[in-house]
Design a protein. Structure first.
Lengths: 281, 331
């Protein structure tokens, strides 16, 4: 499967002409790209021909566009999911994957995210949660923990962060998982699991942004942030027995939901069949 | 739609609808959305995306009284400039204005065809009165349809004078890179290079402005020789036809130019009329959006007279227009 033993496996799937990547030193986006592509390789895809990637605005939108050697559609801030919906309805046979940040998907585009989960739209959404608007200079995001100083909350954030994964469960997604970039193997497995699902799959990956977020917490080094993720991650099975307040500052990780439920496309197919039958009757 | 093999989905808002239309078009199908003024405002960011990514699609805007909620469901013609400049940045747009149910049909077909030819969103700028009409229409036996052309070789996107004829298909291993950021003719982002951006936006604008003559669509009556000119579009033109008959009884000849193409602005045709008519009346259901454009292109010697009606949703009566003609006609 590898082009040669000298090449990193992921290069098969990358537009090498756009390398080196523009990501900051220590950024988690590279780790996530690696996990995703490893899942692709292990699933048996030799290329990304049958994939369409949609992304909005933010660093994580740049994971597929321009890095992946695939059809990539890079759109307006927060609007990747509606565009993905359009692609999927037009081309049901293609795998459609959205990469987006917490600002993109849980901020400006949150309504689209909720509605996509409600529809159980047959698309995979990977939310790269770095808890801040990184690309634009470190403004507070809907996911920023309480009391963190950001460029728009210089005295500390005074709002509660959104738990996007729990929201996705409540909205009706077929598959929801949250991991961090420390959990590389689990992220890879979640991608494989999500890709095999009909309906909406949502994977939240808490990702280190040492340059913009970490340094505000005294963690300018990506590795320190990974240690922080390791020390503060709580498996979902354990979290269920814990009191709400003892979970403050913790990252609950694991598979939140994994169910069989017809996706939007199957419902639409059934509708088509019903309408056609009625017309021929 | 399901029985025709198509899909119709109602999305959460007009932002999403416009996004889905773009995604579907890249998926290889023809796609459209429809809304009225406030929804058209919400669509503007992704109309810009469609322009920038050269995505063929059709947007129907049924104009109603604004700004804001204004008088919901009441007719107006106040989105002329929103259609032109609603989205930010330098661009050109194609907008067509129907004046009957028949033209809702023919201009929708035409909008799809132009969007494919020019790889750009096309606005069907209707109004509440036209869109709520019930009229007999003739379905032509043959409908001219411009099919999607596949483009398997780059350049996939415009750069300078070269613009691609066709679209690269997805799912065929072409690694098509579509982006709303400034990009080169392969679709690779270039967010600092001044030259690439200039070539891109000049190309996107000129592919439409160079087509101005072939895009210009109108109905002209009596413009060769007349006492006064009238320029109208949409529901207003229906009252103009009656007004022309009323003033004809007094021996006044009206040169009437009814615009089917609003954008790009049919400058040559307007000048032609202003050469023949000393006075040109511009009735419209807004405070003078088309009037300003007519004044811009007309020679200084021409007298351009606005006639405006806003609010309440009632269209011009033939009497209102014939009275204005009688008041202004040079004798």
């Amino acid at each position: 499967m590898h082009l040669s033993h000298d090449l990193h496996f992921a290069r098969t799937y990358l537009r090498e002409e756009v390398l080196p990547s523009p990501f900051c030193s220590g950024c988690g986006c590279g780790t996530l790209a690696n996990c995703f592509l490893k899942a692709i390789e292990e699933t048996g895809y030799k290329d990304l021909k049958r994939f369409v990637f949609c992304s909005g605005i933010g660093c994580s939108a740049w994971i597929p566009s321009p890095h992946f050697r695939a059809d990539t559609i890079h759109v307006t801030h927060g609007r990747s999911i509606p565009v993905a919906l359009g692609v999927k309805l037009a081309r049901p046979e293609l795998k459609v994957v959205v990469f987006g940040g917490d600002g993109d998907l849980a901020g400006i585009g949150l309504n689209h995210l909720i509605q996509a989960a409600r529809r159980n739209l047959d698309v995979m959404v990977i939310m790269v949660n770095n808890m801040i608007y990184g690309m634009t200079g470190g403004q507070v995001a809907p996911t920023t923990p309480l009391n963190v100083k950001t460029s728009t909350t210089p005295f500390g954030s005074f709002e509660y962060p959104l738990d996007a994964s729990r929201l996705m469960v409540a909205s009706g997604a077929s598959y929801v998982a949250r991991w961090t970039t420390f959990h590389a193997i689990q992220v890879k497995e979640a991608v494989k699991e999500g890709l095999a699902k009909g309906g909406f799959s949502f994977i939240e990956v808490v990702t280190q942004c040492p340059a913009i977020f970490g340094r505000r917490l005294g963690m300018e080094d990506g590795r320190r942030m990974l240690h922080w993720f390791r020390e503060n991650s709580i498996p979902i099975s354990k979290a269920e027995d814990m009191e709400g307040t003892s979970l403050t500052g913790k990252i609950v990780v694991g598979e939140f939901v994994n169910i069989e439920k017809p996706g939007l496309l199957r419902n639409l197919d059934e509708l088509k069949r019903k309408v056609t039958r009625a017309e021929h009757a | 739609m399901p029985s025709l093999g198509g899909v119709c989905v109602q999305l959460e808002d007009e932002i999403a609808s416009m996004g889905a239309v773009i995604g579907a078009s890249w998926g290889g199908v023809k796609s459209m959305t429809a809304t009225s003024g406030p929804g058209f405002s919400l669509m503007q960011e992704n109309i810009g995306l469609a322009i920038m990514t050269e995505t063929p699609c059709v947007v129907v805007d049924v104009q109603r009284v604004g700004p804001s909620t204004g008088q919901a469901t009441k007719c107006a013609q106040g989105d002329i400039m929103q259609a032109r400049w609603g989205t930010h940045g330098d661009h050109e747009i194609i907008a067509l204005a129907p004046d009957s149910v028949q033209e809702m049909f023919t201009l929708t077909v035409k909008a799809f065809n132009l969007s494919e030819q020019y790889r750009t969103p096309v606005i069907l700028l209707s109004d509440e009165i036209i869109s709520h009409l019930r009229e007999r229409i003739d379905l032509p036996e043959h409908i001219e349809v411009v099919d999607r052309r596949e483009l398997l070789q780059p350049p996939f996107f415009t750069s300078g004078n070269k613009f691609p004829k066709g679209m690269p298909p997805l799912g065929r291993g072409l690694a098509v890179s579509v982006t709303g950021s400034s990009h080169d003719s392969l679709g690779i982002r270039a967010t600092s290079d001044q030259d690439i951006h200039r070539k891109l936006v000049e190309g996107l604008a000129s592919k439409i402005s160079r087509g101005r003559d072939s895009l210009t669509d109108f109905e002209a009556t009596g413009i060769e020789e007349c006492d006064i000119g009238v320029i109208s579009f949409g529901c207003t033109s229906r009252a103009v036809y009656d007004a022309i008959e009323i003033v004809a009884e007094r021996g006044i000849k009206v040169g009437h130019l009814r615009l089917r193409t609003i954008w790009p602005f049919p400058e040559e045709k307007i000048r032609e009329l202003t050469k023949v008519a000393d006075v040109v009346l511009v009735p419209e259901m807004n405070l003078g959006q088309l009037f300003l454009e007519v004044e811009r292109v007309a020679p200084e010697s021409a007298k351009i007279v606005p006639l405006n009606k806003v609010g309440g949703g009632l269209m011009f009566t033939p009497d209102e227009i014939s009275s204005a003609i009688l008041r202004n006609v040079a004798r």
